[in-house]
Design a protein around this ligand. Structure first.
Ligand SMILES: NC(=O)c1ccc[n+]([C@@H]2O[C@H](COP(=O)([O-])OP(=O)(O)OC[C@H]3O[C@@H](n4cnc5c(N)ncnc54)[C@H](OP(=O)(O)O)[C@@H]3O)[C@@H](O)[C@H]2O)c1
Length: 229
C-alpha cells in the first residue's frame, strides 16, 4: 500500500527505484527536472528540481499521500575543494541542501501518513575521499550524517530514515570511472528489501563495506593507495 515519491526518476538509479516500486505495487510519484523525459508507465510525473524551493513545496502539496520518500537525486561534477567554489557549492546544493529541503517539506506529509520512511541515497564516498571526488565526498559525508540527525529528529513521529551506501553503479554518473559496477537493479532491490526489513543503513557492496570498516583503522593505511609513496 506504499505511496512513494522518487527524486531524479528520469534516469539512472532513480528510474530503477520508480520502476521497482511500481512492480512491487506501490503508487509512485516520479520527480524529474524535466517530466517530459520520464518513461515510466503508471507513474505520476512531478516537475521537481530539488534546489528550487517553490518546486519542492509544490511537490509536497501535490503528493500529500506519500509515505516513502526516496531522495535519490544527486550530482557528481568532479569539483575540487581548492578549485572553483561555485562547483563545490553546486554539489552541496543538490546532495545536501536540496535533499534536506525535500525532507523538511515532506516531514509533515509523512507524519500525516503514519510516519513512513525517508531513504537518502548517499555513497561509499560518505566514508572516504578519492582524487577528483573532493566536493562530492564532502557532500555525501554530510548527507550521511544528515540521515543520522534526521533519524533522531523524526523519531517522535515514527519516521524511519535509511541511508544507502554504494561504490559504483552502472549509470551515467559512473560512466568513465574504472572499477566494478553494480547493476542498478541490484542496488535498488537490496535497498528496498532492507527498507522493508526496517534497516537504517544499506551497505550495498563489498567496497562500501570495506571503506566503512577502514574507518576503525589508521587513515595512513587506507590513503596509501592514493598518496605518493
Ligand atoms: N552511479 C554511481 O556509481 C553512484 C555511486 C554512489 C552513489 N550514487 C548516488 O546515487 C544517486 C543516483 O545517481 P545515478 O547514478 O543514478 O546518477 P545519474 O545517472 O547521473 O542520475 C542523476 C539523477 O539525479 C537527477 N538530478 C540531478 N540534479 C537534480 C536536481 N537539482 N533536482 C532533481 N533531480 C536532479 C538527474 O536528473 P536530470 O536527468 O534532470 O539531470 C538524474 O535523474 C545519486 O545521489 C548519486 O550520488 C551513485
Amino acid at each position: 500500500m506504499t505511496t512513494a515519491l522518487v527524486t531524479g526518476a528520469g534516469r539512472g538509479l532513480g528510474r530503477h527505484f520508480a520502476a521497482e516500486l511500481l512492480a512491487r505495487g506501490a503508487t509512485v510519484y516520479a520527480g524529474a527536472r524535466d517530466p517530459g523525459t520520464l518513461d515510466l508507465p503508471g507513474a505520476r510525473p512531478v516537475a521537481l528540481d530539488i534546489t528550487d524551493p517553490d518546486a519542492v513545496a509544490a511537490a509536497a502539496a501535490l503528493a500529500g499521500d506519500v509515505d516513502l520518500l526516496v531522495n535519490n537525486a544527486g550530482i557528481s561534477t568532479g569539483a575540487q575543494l581548492l578549485g572553483d567554489l561555485e562547483g563545490v557549492r553546486a554539489e552541496m546544493d543538490v546532495n545536501l541542501w536540496g535533499t534536506l529541503s525535500m525532507v523538511r517539506a515532506f516531514a509533515p506529509v509523512l507524519a500525516a501518513n503514519g510516519g513512513g520512511t525517508v531513504v537518502n541515497v548517499a555513497s561509499a564516498l560518505s566514508w572516504f575521499s578519492a582524487p577528483g571526488a573532493g566536493a562530492y565526498a564532502v557532500s555525501k559525508a554530510a548527507n550521511w550524517n544528515m540521515s543520522n540527525a534526521l533519524r533522531l529528529e523524526l523519531a517522535a513521529q515514527g519516521t524511519q530514515v535509511t541511508s544507502v551506501h554504494l561504490g559504483l553503479a552502472d549509470t551515467d554518473m559512473a560512466r568513465g570511472v574504472q572499477g566494478p559496477k553494480t547493476d542498478p537493479a541490484v542496488v535498488v532491490r537490496r535497498t528496498l528489501d532492507a527498507v522493508e526489513a526496517g534497516e537504517l543503513e544499506v551497505v550495498v557492496d563489498a567496497w562500501s563495506a570495506m571503506v566503512k570498516a577502514s574507518l576503525a583503522g589508521d587513515p595512513r593505511a587506507f590513503y596509501a593507495r592514493f598518496l605518493p609513496a
